[in-house]
Ligand binder design. Sequence first.
Ligand code: SF4
Length: 343
Amino acid sequence: MVHQTNSPDLAGIRRRLLTWYSKHKRDLPWRRTQDPYRIWISEIMLQQTRVAAVLPYYARFLARFADVRALAEAPEQDLLAAWAGLGYYSRARNLQKAARKIMELGEFPRDYLSLGELPGVGDYTAAAVSSIAFGLPHAVMDGNVARVLSRLGPELGDIKSEPVRKRLRALAEVLLDRRRPGEFNQALMELGATVCLPRRPLCERCPIRQYCEARKQGLENQLPVRGAGPRTEQRGKKLLVIEKAGKILFWQRAAESSRLAKFWELPERDQLPDAAVTDYAGAFRHTIVNTTYLVEVCQASVAARPTGFRWLPKTSLADFPVSATAKKALALHAQCATPKRNG
Ligand code: SF4
């Protein structure tokens, strides 16, 4: 088993992994900088979000908010508009809270503990930023790292259980290359993202396959072990696209809303029972945390603007934080040149 400090295996694993990383790492914009601000933004965006989805947002976000001050001083609506579609909006709000705190501090926090005091920065982000931007020896633990280490071990317990998480964190700390912690952390995450895949890992291409106990025991496709996850609930909703003179009818979520506060939404059928539905545009599925919605989209009209609703100009919707569900509904409506039936 891979678990002993100073074992020659550890040195071999580190060396092979770092050599592989220097040759095979993907060329990603946040890997071309040592600027802690840019590294921090990338790490927050990458939480729960695929690299391909993050890339265009990252470029646009930094073009709009080039440094901590620009982010701290941005109007909330601009910030949410820049984040719209990326999901988990508390991340954007926490980024701005943290930027304001950094402005008060007068400099970017440079160590794990002070990074961890910023809003929205947990163990993972503090370890990632402190190791990548400042070269400090803190091991990261995300889904990719947990998978690689559970196979390397092997770890046969439920990866979601606290004792197993503790064991994996301890293994990550032991394995960390303390001379090049930032690169080592990224190498381990890159291995999980591109080679040690959740299904059918590409073991033939793996630089540390000779050390991998799961592979030796033929368990690579069985690990990590996962307990039953939370159940997904199914719900339906009907959204109305109501257009008049180049404007679309929206309502805005309250500032106190627990989800998507201040985001703009299309009206739901139940909110406007008197609206006349004129066409049916189609339907799509949209999953939010553990709920999957079947969203039906209809075109409709109203005699006058209902109380609590506002017309937003169609051509400048990008300036408003419009929810991802509303964006999908509008895209479906726009595609639908020939409405199918009345709904
Ligand atoms: Fe993952 Fe296969 Fe490498 Fe083991 S040998 S770490 S299972 S890719």
